[in-house]
Design a protein around this ligand. Sequence first.
Ligand SMILES: Nc1nc2c(ncn2[C@@H]2O[C@H](COP(=O)(O)OP(=O)(O)OP(=O)(O)O)[C@@H](O)[C@H]2O)c(=O)[nH]1
Ligand SMILES: [Mg+2]
Length: 447
Amino acid sequence: MKFDTIVAAATPPGTGGIGIVRISGPAAAAIAGQLVGALPAPRQAHCRTFCNAAGEAIDSGMVLYFPAPNSFTGEDVVELQGHGGLVPIAMIVDAAVAAGARPAAPGEFTQRAFLNDKLDLTQAEAVADLIGSGTAQAARAALRSLSGEFSQRITAIAEEVERLRLYVEAAIDFPEEEVDFLSDEELHATIERAAATFATLVGQAAVGRVLRDGYRVVIVGKPNAGKSSLMNRLSGEDTAIVTEVAGTTRDILREQIDIDGLAVELVDTAGLRDDPDRIEAEGIRRAREALASADAALWIQDASEHGDDDSRAALPTDLLDIPVLIVRNKIDLTSEGAGRDPQDDNKISVSANTGAGLDELRAQIGQLAGYKNLGEQTITARRRHVDALRRAEQHFVAGCRALHEERAGEVFAEELRLAHQALGEITGATSSDDLLGRIFSEFCIGK
Ligand SMILES: Nc1nc2c(ncn2[C@@H]2O[C@H](COP(=O)(O)OP(=O)(O)OP(=O)(O)O)[C@@H](O)[C@H]2O)c(=O)[nH]1
Ligand SMILES: [Mg+2]
């Protein structure tokens, strides 16, 4: 495949000790040569003065040359490491463009790495996931995906599916060989193993998905129930103002917490009530808006307030579409015990003041998110991976049913072909240009 030569700043815009400009493509060495003179030997750092087209010095720093194919993109790559400031970096990029390079589109370096078989699609996505990871656990999981662990698991099941299909197709095509696949015990054992692998993979990918995307939990309730106190206590920060005056919080406040590696964004809101003043009314509008993009809500109740209805039927209608934990707060003022309600899994008693019940609350939020710490097995995954895996599993299950119940070998083979195709979408073996365009456009420029 033939490409033009691209250039972009690889370090984020802003000031820093070093700013890196990366040039990749067949003319990378020639273009960089116009800026810095003779290139250093491959993979050796040398100091050079960087000049523009007029021959004026614009910066000085290290030059690194990575000839194809031993580079991130698989093409000739030159890295210019100058001083980290917006203006010097822009001047180096401009000089490279004047020398014949094209400014890179978002994700174009990684896209080239994918197209040159340096990375498969899940690995390319893991690059972005590692950069954007919200917790150390998410970063480690992204690194595992980047090293190819997720791809290897997908490729292994895809190969198993393909082997099963070819075996059954051969048996159908050459009946004279008299391979009776229907009573072949080894075939059935292999099918069972593959079914178990599918179930494990779907579970791992679902966990990897929340780990990557994080989980947004909105804290709502009546004024003074202790929403802000609870957010401060869970996050260990004093972000939200707490007073005994009902209607203290008016704007939306956010804090990120780490629940066993899962990045959870807590959103504190204005108390919902019927006769608010104008500022509070705007706060309530924002609270409702926050609910619309939430994964789950905590409905905070003041347990010391008598006559507060804690049944689910009493919840505001805004909470109908998302999972809700009913959190009974201020139990230090009552005789209520801390922790989960034995009658209702999604009701929990806590005290924001003493911290009682908060470990159970954290665990319950993790459970609601469908998250568990899978240790070394944790990879990051995206919604599209989970969707494709589920589709592959459905085809596999449908094929197996046809084989077992109707003895329909052709249907089995066709469903397995579709399962294999869905698995190929994950690693990029069978992806459309459209999908690729969408994935790489989400990257930042220079990656
Ligand atoms: N005893 C006790 N008091 C609490 C507890 N949680 C909060 N409070 C008190 O309840 C009052 C209201 O707390 P906030 O955290 O401001 O309540 P809020 O729900 O954010 O209130 P608004 O922002 O006004 O809607 C404060 O006086 C807190 O100190 C608790 O667990 N126990
Ligand atoms: Mg508040």
